[in-house]
Design a protein around this ligand. Sequence first.
Ligand SMILES: O=C(O)CCC(=O)C(=O)O
Ligand SMILES: [Fe+2]
Length: 195
Amino acid sequence: MLRSADLDALRQRGYCLPELAIESGLLQALATDARCLHDGSAMQAARIGRADQLQARPDIRSDLTFWIDADPAAPARGALLTVLEQLRHQLNRELLLGLADVETHYAAYPPGAFYRRHLDRFRSDDKRTLSFTLYLNQTWTAADGGALRLWLPEGPLDVLPTLGCASLFLSDEIEHEVLPAQRNRYSIAAWFRRR
Ligand SMILES: O=C(O)CCC(=O)C(=O)O
Ligand SMILES: [Fe+2]
């Protein structure tokens, strides 16, 4: 799934923007699922911190999330979990990372929503090792805002959240943020964790 150039970038620079060959039918189904969950008010205001200390901090992040589990009524979610498992196995094989599991959610950033610059690894819990994002927006331009900005040593790198585009980066090294979106922005975020 990951090309050797992606694996090299991950090894050398701590991030890559992989071209994953995810079927367009699955991308469409995930996009529809995310939009329907948002439209149906099934998403919740995102919170920050680890499980036992979660707090709403709309000054830091103002997106909505829905944690993904396998659900026979939503086959796209199971298919996504399968893709993430394949990635986990490949990463373990190629980079010897010892990734034990993956957690993932949909996110919706309504107009004006953002996520300030942060690291994905918690101070009190170092299990999160690799962060992954996958975008679900059919059309997107720079004027729509909502870029993922990776803060790299050489300067900021903006990634537009266009359908099928993805990022993969070291959770404890790469600071990043989501710039304010001008229209609904749908995405998947996942974290590969060590035991
Ligand atoms: O959606 C994105 O581009 C990144 C989201 C993010 O940084 C997070 O959920 O931790
Ligand atoms: Fe993040």
